[in-house]
Design a protein around this ligand. Sequence first.
Ligand code: SF4
Ligand code: SF4
Length: 182
Amino acid sequence: MGTLQDLIFRINRNAKDTKGIVRQHKIPFAISNTIRVAFFIVFTLVAFLWATDIVEYIDPFKIYKPAVVACGGWIFIAAILVGSLFIYRPWCHLFCPFGLVGWLVEKISLYKIKVNYDTCIACESCANACPSSVMEAILKRDKVIPDCFACANCIDVCPTKSITFRVGKRDKPPEGKFAAKK
Ligand code: SF4
Ligand code: SF4
């Protein structure tokens, strides 16, 4: 499902995969993650209090088993797929319980996107090309870093080859390196 959303997102992308042909939007992480946490809480409460799995009704993975999707499920799935043209992986960012857990576990991931600030020229091409707000959060020293989907867009566009995906702690950018562009 993640790959399908990714493919749909790429349909509405320019040839260099740096921006949308029709404008694409990055929902601020504070908003998307609040919705995802709220959905997780509601989903958990409903499951424990009424023994009902609300994901069962809207589960977009059922697109691969269409005979069991109800009418409401099709409306939700269609909204996710159309939304994928304009927002990167809306199901993952806004609803997916596994996505939420994945974001938390990513904090202790061995592999991370890392920037070599000695060679970085602060052009911010990586932040612009990132389909999410991850690179921007990394460069701006945000305390909360959104989920990175390891798509490698940032690596591909960096003119100085300063970005790598490798083992180790992520360095913070030097104070003020990107401040002028805030
Ligand atoms: S790999 Fe780079 S471009 Fe892709 S989501 Fe992660 S930070 Fe953004
Ligand atoms: S694209 Fe490369 S050089 Fe430009 S800000 Fe990002 S890491 Fe630095």
